[in-house]
Design a protein around this ligand. Sequence first.
Ligand SMILES: [Cu+2]
Length: 147
Amino acid sequence: MKRYLLWLGLTALLAPAVQATQADQIKASHAWIRLLPADLPAGGYVTLDNQGSSAATLVSVHSAAYASAMLHQSTTDPAGNSDMHMLDRLIVPAHGQVSLAPAGYHLMLQQATHALKPGDTVDITLDFADGSHQRVPFQVRPANATD
Ligand SMILES: [Cu+2]
């Protein structure tokens, strides 16, 4: 028993330190797309939980289903005018959560490469600052879906 424990200890010491990638640290949930009629851009929404002890930075997204996919943020000024702008990064703090949801952060999905309908599933790949990636299945929902 003593020898066995010693062996375990040595193995742990000799094992190379494996650093979890940012993609490994992120648990994605509640991923969905609001499909709009015609060729209007669709909004992509997802909740990102960082289960790691260091920040994970989302730098871009891409999908075979859309020619263009961007990180966006919607804002509303005091007069009630809403606008949106592109983000070049979105940081999910260590042990923190960031929600992409209507009226806030979202994925701007444009130029669908094939016709989509509610009920479909679209894979979108999240690209992180350390070069790691995570492919997330998004559920396609109708235009009147809000959450
Ligand atoms: Cu947008």
